[in-house]
Design a protein around this ligand. Structure first.
Ligand code: PRT
Ligand code: MG
Length: 216
């Protein structure tokens, strides 16, 4: 593959896009469109051979794994669910930080239970691993969003969700109960790009690494 081959970077709009912009700027990469106002899903940049793919946050690892993008930026929560097959994860950008937590009504763990606790979550793998490691038998109920509703209507005893300020839990009468892990966004690279576009990928990662380490 020639040194001039296109570099495609998969990103999600919203908080990751906003927080990656200054880091990309340090690498002299400026998108020519705003994903919030443009309907384009492939955003050209000031560098003719660098494109940004705008995809759902949870789809970023899949685009990178199959080589539709060379590089991506995804939350650790998403990577834990995906499993990381076919991917390298060379850099923690420290952006879009939050915590993966067990939450519920304040008395959720105090109440005596007949049978297994029910846990509603979008993060099935992480939840299964967490409760299994503690030897706790739970029933996991997969949801795609609005997990906070589940304990309020008796669908589940607990939820596993991302918490940043805690305001969403609070607004629904829930409290954080246990920390599963800290989350931040990572650079991912597929193994083909790592090998075939090594210098380009490493140049980008090195600039991002320097920028992130001087920021913090
Ligand atoms: O589009 P799709 O549904 O696939 O993805 P998404 O909605 O998860 O994307 P996005 O852009 O919301 O999140 C992208 C990444 O940002 C996630 O994968 C996390 O790694 C990271 N991140 C950081 C967060 C939060 N902070 C966060 N607060 N992702 C989601 N939230 C949610 C949280 O679940 C809660 O419901 O925001 C809500 C508000 O949080 P509080 O605690 O501040 O009220
Ligand atoms: Mg969201």
């Amino acid at each position: 593959m020639s040194a001039n081959a296109t570099l495609t970077i998969a990103l999600s709009k919203g908080r990751i896009f906003e927080q990656i912009l200054p880091l990309l700027a340090a690498a002299d990469i400026y998108p020519l469109d705003n994903p919030d106002t443009s309907r384009k899903l492939i955003l050209p940049t000031n560098q003719a051979d660098v494109n940004l793919l705008i995809v759902r946050a949870s789809d970023v690892p899949t685009y990178v794994q199959y080589g539709a993008a060379d590089v991506g930026v995804a939350g650790k929560d998403v990577l834990l669910e995906h499993g990381g097959v076919g991917l390298y994860e060379p850099l923690d950008l420290g952006i879009a930080r939050c915590r993966l937590m067990v939450a519920g009504q304040p008395d959720a763990l105090a109440a005596a239970h007949i049978g297994r606790l029910r846990v509603a979550t979008k993060y099935v793998r992480s939840a299964e691993r967490y409760f299994a490691a503690r030897g706790q038998q739970v029933e996991i109920i997969k949801l795609y969003g609005s997990m906070e509703l589940a304990p309020l209507v008796g669908l589940a005893d607990l939820i596993v969700d991302l918490v940043e300020s805690g305001n969403t839990l609070k607004a629904n009468g829930l409290v954080p109960l246990e920390l599963i892990c800290h989350i931040s966004s990572r650079v991912i690279v597929n193994k083909a790009a790592w090998k075939m576009k090594h210098n380009r990928v490493m140049d980008l990662i090195n600039i991002l690494r320097q920028t992130v380490s001087t920021d913090s």
